[in-house]
Design a binder for this molecule. Sequence first.
Ligand SMILES: Cc1cc2nc3c(=O)[nH]c(=O)nc-3n(C[C@H](O)[C@H](O)[C@H](O)COP(=O)(O)OP(=O)(O)OC[C@H]3O[C@@H](n4cnc5c(N)ncnc54)[C@H](O)[C@@H]3O)c2cc1C
Length: 437
Amino acid sequence: MPTDSITLPEQQVPVIAECDVLVVGGGAAGMSAAIAAARQGADTILVERYGYLGGLASGGLIVLLLTLDDGDGHQVIAGQCQELVDRLHARSAAFHPPKEEWGNYDEQLVEKYRRWGLVWGSGPHRVRYSVAYDPEEFKYIANTWTAEAGVRLMYHRWATDVVLEPTSPTPNDQRPTPNPHRITHVVFTSKAGRHAIRAATVIDATGDGDIFTLAGESFEKEQIHPWLWFRMSGVTDVDAAQSARGGFFLRTTKPGQVLMPWGAADRISRRIDATDPDDLTFAEVECRRMVMDEVDRLRARVPGFEDAYLTDVALTLGVTESRRLSGAYTLARDDANHVFDDTICTTGHWTKYGALYHIPYRSLLPRHTTNLLVVGRCISVDHRVHHATKEIPPAMATGEAAGIAAAQSLRTSAAVLSADVSELQHELRRAGVWLPE
Ligand SMILES: Cc1cc2nc3c(=O)[nH]c(=O)nc-3n(C[C@H](O)[C@H](O)[C@H](O)COP(=O)(O)OP(=O)(O)OC[C@H]3O[C@@H](n4cnc5c(N)ncnc54)[C@H](O)[C@@H]3O)c2cc1C
């Protein structure tokens, strides 16, 4: 605990931009939110603290879209996630089973795709519509895709503050609340100092809920064992090396290259809080040391790895969970397969067959902040449902829904919390999103 404190002098912070929709965080969810809002005609700014888009889905080397299907051979996530797959294919940077194989129980086929990391959990297994891809191609596509959509992209700025003002409840409020407020500005820190951006609607896509925390919303927080995925190249025969079973690694879209979905598990002495920089420092050092031990072990013990070399370690720790919003509705395990009136996307479960989560719009809505939407891995769900909804396809789907909702709120001059959900669902379907009848 800190033993001392200081008082900073008041500071004039320049307002460097204004926009209709401000998306904070450029992971898979934030990228989708920004593209969706801009395509609907909203003047949209996307701010990311690092120099690339994708977050865990590129820099974190989590390069598997798990999953776009319901476990039963039917696609339930389409929209922008399908467009991403198409864009990756156009650059020969994606691999997945063809449609006619989805849902197939054939053991040889299942084993083939398991070696790519496209089949997980307990059986009896079927072929899933899941996709392996290349992270550098993802980053390239993300830059061109956001530019094509007209998104104003700002890298290397870290959101550190919000400015709030009280507001009055609106008649169609989906989650009536005393003392509602709205965000007028988000403040960012960079090497150029502190700058503010004014926005009509803000989308929190930081993964850790930085914006809803700054806005005073309630949340739950988990401590986790960190992961740190890495890749090696120069494996002489990947298939033979996988059959030798000397380690767990996956094929990638590049010949001779493998992906290690490596995790510290209980080899690390404590779980970490991913919003605590001291915990992160500890985990970065420990995990990088252990990854190098694993590289040495693979080279020494696994046939085919004799001349293999490390090509990249994830730029960020693999943190599955930190803060989760306690929002207008918390989607719970018992909600599996329940369709809500305000469903804005549906996801299957990457380790289960026959479990669908229909995510309601209310899971993106905080309780007090009238012009804020939350997307991606920190939406309002319980710990077990998070296991499914945190995956990249549903993260993109919540982003897409929020982007369209934010643009719609601009057109109707209604706050996002009182959105016309049937109109939103209509727009989502027009954008190619699959929604249950
Ligand atoms: C070990 C592990 C394995 C996984 N395996 C899979 C898998 O196989 N398949 C799958 O589909 N999913 C998998 N997932 C889940 C998935 O990768 C993530 O949950 C998903 O990518 C989250 O996307 P997001 O956009 O919500 O968050 P993130 O990817 O975390 O993106 C958040 C973005 O916001 C930025 N940011 C954060 N704070 C700020 C700030 N204050 N100011 C500015 N920018 C900020 C970050 O730099 C980042 O770019 C896995 C996750 C982990 C950790």
